[in-house]
Each structure stands twice: as C-alpha cells, then as structure tokens.
Design a protein around this ligand. Structure first.
Ligand code: UN1
Length: 493
C-alpha cells in the first residue's frame, strides 16, 4: 500500500523515523484508507526551517500573483470535487452530500480569499500636520502553524491556508490524524498550482508531538487552531510566554430556541439537521433545544419520531441520513455522556445506544439520541458531547429561554424559531454568541461572513469574511512627512 508522505520544502518525504500510522474508515473499521508518515519533532523542525527560508521571497511576491495560484487551485478543486468528497467520506464518515458541501465550502473560500489578492485594503487618513501623509496597510506575520480538526477536513484547512498564503505568510499545516488523506489531496492541489517550495509544508502526525513542536518553536509566528477547548487551552498557554499570536476556534454548546408561536414542523426539521448533521460532530451543532413549555410535548414527540426514523449507515450510500462518529474513542465518550444524562434524570426520548446491526456492524455508530426534561445545570446541557445527542430544555418564557441559551461557557452559535419579530430581535440582541440565526438551525455558516464565538469558544478572532485577514496579517501604519522640516505631532498645533 502507498505510504503518503509529508511535504517539506517542495519534496514529498517520509517521517525521519520511518514510522507510519493508519487512516481507517469509521464506517468500516476493517478498511484502511491510507498509511501516512508518523512525524516527530525533527520533521516539524525541518518544515519550520523550510517555511522560514521561503518567507523572505514569498512575502515580496505581489499579492495578485500569489492569488493566481489560489485561483488555479480552486479550479482544480472544482474538477476534483467528487473525488475529494468520496475520499473524505471514506476517512471520516460524513454523508456524501455533506462531504460535497465541505469541499464546496473550501472552493468558495479559495475564490473569495483569492479575490483579496487585489484588495486586502488598508486606508488613508488625513494627518493633523501640514505636508504629511498617513496610511495603513497589511503586512504578513511570517511563519504560520495551522492545526486543523477532522470534522471539516477540507473547509477548515482552507479557511486558514488560503488567507495565510494570499497575505504572504508561509505555512506548516498539521492536519488531524483522522483525516490525513483530504489534507494530502488539498496540499497536492495547492502545490501543483504553483506554490514555490517551502511556502506550504504538510506534516502528518500526533498533535501531542507535532502540534506542540509548532507551538514551542520560536520560528513560528502564529498558530491558528480549530479543535477542542481542552487542546486550545493548552496551545494558548504554550503561546503565551513568547507572545505568539494564537487564533483559537473551539467548542460549542449551541442552543435553538423554539417559542410557542413557532412553526413547529419547521423547528423540528431544523433541529434534526442541526443536531444530527455530521453526526452532531460540528462545533456549531444544535446540541440544546430550548423549547417553550406550551409546545414542548408536541415538539419533543415529533423530534423523537424523526430522530428514530433516521437511517444510519455508510455515508457513501446516498440513502444514509447519519454516518458514523469519527472513531472508537469518540463513540465511547458519546455513550458515556448518554449514561450521564440518564443518571442525571433526563428522559431518553430516542436513541441512547451504539448501533451495531446491518450496515453499522463494522463501524462506530451511535443512534441519534434525544433527551427530554433536561435542566440547564445538567452536564449533558453544559459539556460538548460532539456526537448525535441533543437535549430538550423546557422553559416558560422568552427571558428564560435567553437565559438558558446563555447558560454555558461557550458562545458560538444560537437560533430562534418564532413568528414574532419582536421576540426574534430580543433574542438576537441578548444571546451572547458569535453567530445567530432566525428560523433555522445553528449550523450552516457561509464563508463570506465572520465565523467564531464568544467566551470559551474562541479568543476573539474570526475566521471567514474579510475579518480573517486580521488573523493572518499585522497592520503597519506609515507616516510620510514631506514638509522638509521637523514637525511634532500633538505639539505643533
Ligand atoms: C465546525 O464545526 O467546526 O457553520 C465548522 C457550519 C459549517 C462550519 C462548521 N459551515 O456548520
């Protein structure tokens, strides 16, 4: 079987130790999707040296030229969309329609950000002194370490790589060990589109070794990480001593509010999609549904019936609604949370177990699970489960619903189903999240808008939109005194 290598300084090379690891299909555990270089600190160090060496030249390539490479890569991604989607489903399980969506999200981001090659606007401002000019412009940061998760194996890496590259940074990309194949394909495409050697380096391997080596290196200027809050906290602390910039996108415990005047069937559809899309493995997943007491019985009955009717199986089968979870450890953690929910006194309305029959016999499946009668204090209403489990929390009023929505340490996404515009606007204003939806679920953000969350979801940065440019560049303000005399700001007035 082919061994997929690292890309360091324009060369595909094995790990220096010669070690490898397997990438397996979570829907069919016996199927090995690929064997990959299991890298260590020396491999990361080689990649950092290559990125450092490539930086002085790359930063001076005109941004529109850098962008042309991204446009070419985007076109190749369109051509290879189906192949990318199929291999993504094989390595991480999401249903094929969603895998195509994930690739599409990456394509959209590449083209959107490539457009910044001819924009990346700064601005001018009048000087307070005569014969003096002032403007500001973006400058690259230097060497970027991009550490990415497995749940959006093409979209999230491209959210980071495209802006980093168009702005003139060089990159070491450390993808999740559960999805190295999609990472390989993306890098293959970007590299073939014409990136000079060393500008983009790919290193596979365990986060505890490779991620840490990036965080600890004095030659890395910025870490951009998407993943769990637990790992993010560790990375944040690791970057603190050197004041390294760190952009973190982490957990969520996103709530849909369903008011008594809502279109209940629409809210049920949205909740099914938000809670069980990607098997609940999105940081934006609708893991809490905060429902007005007047409609909670009707809503819960309909939600449970829909959840029970979802078809589990291999995501490559177009008829599958819900694929597997990423691996055995994830399955076990999710099942433990289901036990915790039962022990806390929540009422199991649907699911509640692993699925091991029929097409699920050889994979890591969990039945779509709905808990009712959940209180905001319960662990299943507080902690990110990252699986197909959602918690229905009954409330008596809009105020209570907003309080419940705000009652976790996360703040990524929230939504409200109501036909009352006043209630909708109150909730949009008072729920403290980075993303808010009316009459739809908490998932499905679009790339041209800022993406990120408050509190322990992030550390204030936004990916997506033109706001992502702020992550990967540093402002430089330039003053030009053309008076020919010494002029003192704030004093010569
Ligand atoms: C994530 O789960 O980490 O908004 C990202 C969404 C997707 C991105 C999710 N566009 O659900």
């Amino acid at each position: 079987m082919e061994i997929f290598k690292n890309l360091i300084n324009g060369q595909w090379v094995p790990a220096q130790s010669g070690e490898t690891f397997e990438d397996r299909n979570p829907a069919r555990n016996s199927e090995v999707v690929g064997v990959f270089a299991k890298s260590g600190k020396p491999d990361i160090e080689a990649a950092i040296s290559a990125a450092r060496a490539a930086y002085p030249t790359w930063r001076l390539v005109p941004a529109p030229r850098r962008a042309e490479i991204l446009f070419r890569a985007g076109e190749e991604m369109i051509r290879r969309k189906e192949e990318l989607a199929q291999s993504m489903t094989r390595e991480m399980g999401k249903v094929i329609k969603e895998a195509r969506g994930d690739v599409q999200e990456a394509i959209d981001m590449v083209f959107f950000i490539a457009g910044e090659g001819r924009r990346s606007h700064g601005f001018t401002a009048p000087s307070e002194l005569p014969n003096k000019a002032a403007w500001c412009e973006r400058q690259p940061m230097g060497v970027v370490g991009a550490i990415t998760p497995w749940n959006f194996p093409s979209a999230i890496p491209i959210w980071k790589l495209a802006p980093a590259l168009v702005l003139g940074n060089t990159v070491i990309f450390k993808p999740a060990s559960d999805t190295p194949l999609t990472a390989h394909r993306l890098v293959e495409i970007l590299n073939a589109a014409g990136l000079p050697k060393g500008v983009l380096n790919l290193v596979h391997g365990p986060g505890s070794v490779c991620g840490n080596a990036l965080v600890e290196s004095d030659d890395v200027d910025l870490i951009s990480f998407t993943g769990s809050s637990e790992v993010g906290r560790h990375i944040n602390a690791g970057c603190a001593p050197s004041f390294k910039r760190v952009s973190l996108e982490m957990g969520g415990k996103n709530g849909i509010i369903v008011m008594d005047d809502a279109d209940i069937d629409l809210a049920v559809e949205g909740s099914i999609w938000g809670a069980f899309g990607t098997s609940g493995q999105r940081c934006t997943a609708s893991s809490r549904i905060i429902v007005h007491k007047a409609v909670v019985e009707e809503f819960s009955a309909k939600l449970a019936a829909r959840a029970k009717a979802l078809k589990l199986g291999d995501g490559l089968d177009e008829k599958t609604d819900v694929g597997p979870v990423i691996n055995k450890a994830a399955q076990q953690k999710i099942l433990e949370y289901i036990e915790i929910g039962k022990a806390e006194g929540a009422k199991l309305l649907a699911g509640g177990a692993a699925e091991t029959s029929g097409p699920c016999a050889d994979g890591w499946f969990v039945q779509p699970t709905v808990f009712g009668d959940v209180k905001t204090s319960m662990r299943i209403a507080q902690e990110e489960i990252f699986g197909p489990v959602t918690a229905v929390i009954p409330v008596g009023s809009l105020e209570e619903a907003i309080e419940a929505a705000n009652s976790t340490r996360y703040g990524l996404s929230a939504s409200i189903y109501t036909r009352d515009v006043n209630k909708a606007f109150h909730a949009a204003r008072d729920v403290y999240t980075g993303i808010f939806y009316f009459n739809s679920a908490t998932i499905g953000a679009e790339i041209q808008m800022p993406f990120g969350g408050t509190r322990e979801t992030g550390n204030g940065h936004r990916e997506g939109g033109t706001q992502v440019l702020d992550v990967f560049s540093e402002w430089k303000t330039v003053y030009v005194d053309f008076s020919g005399a010494l002029q003192k700001a704030q004093i010569d007035n």
